[in-house]
Design a protein around this ligand. Structure first.
Ligand code: NAD
Length: 483
């Protein structure tokens, strides 16, 4: 399945919330794929811990069902699945009470890597951290993995950081943002820092603007109550899109080392200007295509939560002064597409009389679907009849470029969990980064709440509200099509 596998040490991984949706859909199938790849070294084990009373056999059965649902049949050889399931254990535990903790302690081995994945509601993170310590379960080298959302504003994020810091050192805390585990996102760093080609042009002198798009076709069905307290700004911009922006905009770190990379990302967040209200468009999807509107799925019939946001952002530093970053994300849009597009400026002088066919160079980094990169370049239109220009893509769809051997790259979660086992925090957010991101986000959200701004309605299956188009048109630019 995967060509090159770097061994990791033997581990005990405890998944708090091991029976939950995220564990079933992502964490456990991801671990199974790592097992297939040979990375569950020696007698490494996975211990599910959740509130439901069940024994190992019952937990193994629920995991077997999850694998059937989320792992393609061709990868589920019965003997291999059985072998994987034999490494699973279960402890019924209550994060808020004392039940189950001594059973967990008895199960854990002190001489292997210990990791604790908090795949439960954030309100329980503090309780888990406290009890892992008070019951003497987590050692000095143990790692905890914390899911999103990490707070809902600066105050709550700071409180959570303070709580976790009472029990664990920063080097033990892995705040997950699964976008950082995506192959293409890491490739962004490889492309920037392992080639001489791009870096000299990577500044406002040569880059006109950057667009970051995360478009979804799904709505909030089933998650209405959760989403209504969050909205696109908190759910997508403050974390995932901000992380992408940091990787594009950061200075070259002196080394590919966790703190060197995170120091540079932090500087970008701190250099973000406040965003003017006229540079933000918020939207909420209407009913259409046989589907209900946002409000139909919300528990609050007058909700002003945005399911779409577009904004123009400036970074005040030498590299980026004068290059806007346009960010947008939304639900119920025309297509599911995530991409970063870096649009370069015009050459300083055109030597061609007929520059009609001329277009800007654009470097497009696609996160989904079809991870890959495209560099749009100008060439001569083939054939006689003088020099006419046309734009063509230099296409690097990774699946095509790398061949079948790499066709199935590891899912973000499996890569990140293995980084936890290896003790590598590069692709995890540091506490100060998260706080800086909230410090920038808070006044933006506070502004529209204070003004009582209402999001604009937009039709499902479109590219979002009309005003979002205007946000770029008025600058003489346009969004790339969502396809
Ligand atoms: P879920 O509601 O499906 O599962 C919650 C799990 O927590 C269950 O296993 C439950 O038994 C356990 N639990 C609840 N109360 C407990 C207690 N007092 N003590 C011990 N265990 C308890 O939730 P989920 O969707 O799996 O989400 C888990 C975490 O992951 C949340 O922080 C969520 O925000 C985050 N997250 C989820 C997704 C997703 O796609 N589901 C995506 C990103 C982040």
């Amino acid at each position: 399945m995967v060509s090159r596998v770097i061994p990791v040490e033997v581990f005990d991984l405890v998944i708090f919330g091991g029976t939950g949706d995220l564990a079933r859909r992502k964490i456990l199938p991801g671990l199974y794929r790592r097992f297939l790849a040979g990375q569950m070294t020696g007698d490494s084990r996975i211990i599910g811990a959740a509130r439901a009373e069940m024994d190992d056999a019952a937990f193994r059965k629920t995991v077997a069902e999850a694998l059937e649902e989320f792992v393609p049949e061709k990868h589920r050889d019965p003997a291999t699945v059985r072998d994987f399931l034999s490494r699973l254990h279960y402890v019924a535990i209550d994060a808020k009470g004392e039940g189950g903790w001594s059973a967990l302690k008895a199960l854990m081995r002190p001489d292997v890597v210990q990791a604790f994945y908090f795949s439960v509601a954030p309100a329980l993170f503090g309780d888990l951290a406290l009890r892992l310590k008070s019951h003497g379960i987590a050692g000095e080298e143990a790692r905890i993995v914390v899911e999103k959302p990490f707070g809902r504003d600066l105050a709550t994020a700071r409180a959570l950081n303070t709580t976790l810091a009472q029990h664990f050192e920063e080097r033990q805390i892995y705040r997950i943002d699964h976008y950082l585990g995506k192959e293409t996102v890491q490739n962004l760093m490889a492309v920037r820092f392992a080639n001489i080609l791009f870096e000299p042009l990577w500044k406002s002198e040569y880059i006109d603007h950057v667009q970051i798009t995360v478009a979804e076709t799904v709505g909030v069905e089933g998650r209405g109550a959760y989403y209504d307290k969050s909205g696109a700004m908190r759910d997508m911009v403050q974390n995932h899109i901000m992380q992408l922006l940091c990787l594009i905009a950061m200075e070259p770190p002196y080394h590919f080392d966790p703190d060197a990379v995170r120091d540079e990302k932090l500087k970008v967040i701190r250099a973000l200007d406040p965003v003017a209200p006229e540079d933000i468009v918020r939207g909420q999807y209407l009913a259409g295509g046989g589907q209900g509107s946002y409000l139909d799925h919300s528990e609050n019939p007058t909700s002003r939560t945005e399911s779409y946001i577009a904004m123009k952002v400036h970074i005040s530093n030498w590299r980026w002064k004068g290059t806007p970053f346009y960010l947008r994300t939304g639900k119920r849009l025309r297509a599911r597409a995530s991409e970063i597009a870096i649009t370069f400026r015009e050459p300083p002088h055109s030597i061609f009389d007929d520059a009609k066919g001329w277009r800007e160079n654009v470097l497009v980094i696609r996160l989904q679907p079809d991870e890959g990169m495209n560099l749009m370049v100008m060439i001569k239109e083939p054939g006689p009849g003088g020099m006419r220009l046309m734009q063509v893509p230099l296409d690097m769809t990774f699946a095509d470029a790398l061949g079948a051997e790499h066709a199935e790259t590891p899912d973000a979660y499996e890569r990140l969990i293995m980084d936890v086992i290896r003790g590598n925090q590069t692709l995890f957010m540091r506490g100060d980064e998260v706080e800086a991101a909230w410090a920038w986000t808070d006044p933006i959200i506070g502004g529209w709440e204070a003004r009582g701004d209402k999001p604009q309605g937009y039709d499902p299956g479109t590219s979002g509200p009309e005003d979002a188009l205007m946000l770029m048109h008025r600058d003489g630019r346009r969004w790339r099509d969502i396809r």
